[in-house]
Design a protein around this ligand. Structure first.
Ligand code: PGA
Length: 250
């Protein structure tokens, strides 16, 4: 049976280490209880050392990584993260793209993270709901640019999260994508990978959906064959809700 991948993206929350520790302990408890789930917690950078001590069964994630160490004020390198036990790095999240992060930077980061032996969670998604049946071109372009130069052998460490921006809970008027449409989009992204790397290699890359996922709707996404997990923002900041998400993903 496949293991759903459930990622908690705390974004720039919570404010204190004390609250972060409460959330991390609760996620760890659920991960231990439901070992059939691969749970990942991605806290803000300052909480990574403390959260790394709490997590055992759940894996540690980061919300970004720079492609190099050295003279880069304010950046955090993949090696620094790796030294604290980070295994997954979220890259190209829409909240960073909206602030100006560009495709070429995202591509460099994806390659650096994969070259460093970490797992890259690449986020792509269109800003406006298109109403059409297929995945919009903007998301396809983001995807193609981000995976440029990624080696076939690295596909097992690549995770792709389809996150339509209009579905992200903090956007005005947000509502989740329908599971049917998310499945179609994810399937399309896998087909693109298969065009680039060949049919045989693409099964190794995990595909996720993200955008207003909660304990109530998670199963409706995970029942689809292509959706192998979810990226959870807002709902991961509520310890009880996130525990239910983990439970309900099985
Ligand atoms: P949301 O965020 O679950 O709060 O919609 C998802 C994300 O931005 O990754």
């Amino acid at each position: 049976m496949r293991k759903p991948l459930i990622i908690a993206n705390w974004k720039s929350n919570p404010a204190s280490l004390k609250e972060a520790a409460v959330l991390a302990r609760s996620a760890e408890k659920s991960a231990k209880r439901f070992r059939g789930v691969e749970a990942v917690v991605a806290p803000p950078f300052p909480f990574i050392p403390a959260v790394s001590k709490i997590l055992r069964q759940a894996k540690l994630g980061a919300q970004d990584a720079f492609w190099s160490g050295g003279p880069y004020t304010g950046e955090v390198s993949r090696q620094q993260l790796k030294n604290f036990g980070v295994r997954y790095v979220i890259l190209g999240h829409s909240s960073r793209r909206i602030l100006g992060e560009r495709d070429d930077a995202i591509n460099k980061k994806v390659k650096a993270v994969l070259d460093g032996g970490l797992k890259a969670i690449l986020c792509v998604g269109e800003r406006k709901r298109s109403g059409g049946k297929g995945i919009p071109t903007s998301a396809i372009l983001q995807f193609k640019k981000a995976v440029k130069g990624v080696k076939k052998s690295q596909l097992k460490n690549l995770v792709v999260a389809y996150e339509p921006v209009w579905a992200i809970s903090t956007m005005p008027g947000a509502r989740p994508d329908t599971p049917e449409s998310a499945e179609r989009a994810v399937k399309h992204l896998r087909q693109l990978l298969s065009h680039i790397y060949g049919q045989k290699s693409v099964g190794k890359t995990k595909m996720l959906y993200g955008g207003s996922v909660n304990a109530q709707n998670i199963k409706s996404f995970l029942v689809w064959p292509e959706i192998e997990g979810v990226l959870v923002g807002g709902a991961s900041l509520n310890a009880v809700e996130f525990s239910k998400i983990i439970k309900n993903s099985l």
